[in-house]
Design a protein around this ligand. Structure first.
Ligand code: ZN
Length: 96
C-alpha cells in the first residue's frame, strides 16, 4: 500500500457515520480506531520535482509518478509529492 495523505478530521467524521451502533464491542472498536487516528503523526509528503527533458516549459512531468502538469504547482496533484525547485534537472528517479 502506498503512502496517502488524508484529512484526519474528515476520516474520523466518516468513521463515525459508518460505524455500527451496536454491539458495544463494535462501538469500543470504533472509538479505539478514532484514538489511533487522532494520535498519528502528520505524514511527511514524498519529495519530487517537475521536469521537462526538452527545456523549462510545460508540460512538466512529476519525477515520482510521471503525472503531467501545465504548471509547476507546489505539490503533484496525482501522487501528492512536495515539489522542489532544482537547477539542471534531468530525467532520473533520485528521491533525495
Ligand atoms: Zn506525482
Amino acid at each position: 500500500m502506498s503512502k496517502k495523505l488524508i484529512d484526519a478530521e474528515e476520516t474520523i467524521r466518516n468513521i463515525i457515520i459508518a460505524a455500527p451502533r451496536e454491539p458495544d464491542e463494535a462501538i469500543r472498536a470504533t472509538a479505539s480506531a478514532i484514538v489511533v487516528i487522532e494520535n498519528m503523526p502528520p505524514a511527511q509528503p514524498e519529495r519530487g520535482h517537475w521536469f521537462n527533458p526538452l527545456g523549462d516549459f510545460a508540460p512538466y512531468r512529476c519525477s515520482r509518478c510521471g503525472h503531467y502538469s501545465d504548471s509547476k504547482t507546489p505539490f503533484c496533484a496525482h501522487c501528492g509529492a512536495a515539489m522542489r525547485e532544482e537547477k539542471n534537472v534531468h530525467y532520473d528517479n533520485h528521491s533525495s
